[in-house]
Design a protein around this ligand. Sequence first.
Ligand code: ASP
Ligand code: MG
Length: 403
Amino acid sequence: MKTVVLKFGGTSVGSIKRIKKVANIIVSYKKKKLGVIVVSSAISGATNDLIKKTKELSNNFDPAEYDVLLSSGEQVACALIAGRLKHLGYKSRSWMSWQLPIITDGPHCASRINRINKNRILKFVNSGGIPIITGFQGINLNNRITTLGRGGTDASAIMLAKFFNANACDIYTDVDGVYTTDPRNHSKAKKIQKISYDEMLEMASLGAKVMQPTSVQDAKLNNISFSVKSSFVKRKGTLITGNKKAFSNQIITGITSTKNDAKVTIIGVKDKPGVAASIFKPLSLNQINVDMVVQNISLNSKETDLTFTIRSEDLKKTEKTIKQNKNISFRKISYDNNVSKVSIIGVGMITTPGITYRMFQALALKKINIMVISTSEIKISVLISNKNVKKAIVALHKEFKLD
Ligand code: ASP
Ligand code: MG
């Protein structure tokens, strides 16, 4: 029997009406004589509410208890879906991940699925049943419940598809696919039909909120193709795949932007070997993620300026860490909280010269100042002022013929 894994995100199960719709989607697969394995997230908002409670009780809530608590949201959604399917006359039941079990590795709150015991589910599917499995969680070797990081049901779906050798994995969400850029930023955004894992990974990491980045990594490592679809409207989604034949000759596939960046500049840093390490080590010890970095060449070889970006929410912590750092001396430190990173992404970049130039030129023509630049094989990112983001996206979308 051909098997499909269907994943439903929080908004897809966000109300009773939507859960009914989800049940109908599941039935439509069942009617095609497919083996159907369902994995669901918690009702949208439920996980946030639980996190809020932990914060009210402690600013250092125990991670193991945090996982027990957070995993409960999915239990509710799965029971509701299974109950609805039974109401419609189908054989269905819910499964908590620990009941399979789904075994995870790694720390609480950020575990990864390592192994899935398939026996019970296979038997159930082969007898015509539809299992509804809780996403976002598993159990570790100490028998404690773990979670997979925010948005982790995506990873559950990919790993279920891997272990059950599914013929398809459909990720149902509130958008009908992956777009060339966020449709809310640009009316000319177009749905992408097919995109490679690498491009999707960059898109997901650089601000396209469609998939949890680690789940895309799991898909790439295990070569699991998947589709992103809407549970609200019946439309063809976007296929994410490693199959090279699938791609058009588009050079740039998508444009993303981030919202929560802040820029820090340390002026007049004493320039000596090891200075960058002295600055960044305490930041990493404080879990502050540094993204883009530029260091100016010092003209007098005594002093240099260093600029880097972090998430806005880390700005206070960063300022404190740098000011308390006895291993560096500098003249001045300045911040800018109103910056965004705009990135163009496409595997076509590897073989096409002149992309960097075209990007900078397009922004220059719109009089948009670039503060920091960073590149990888398949993406170019620029840091610009928040107020220019929309303008930049419109210009780049046109320049790279995505309109
Ligand atoms: N419910 C979890 C979260 O909100 C997992 C998920 O949505 O995939 O992060
Ligand atoms: Mg999600």
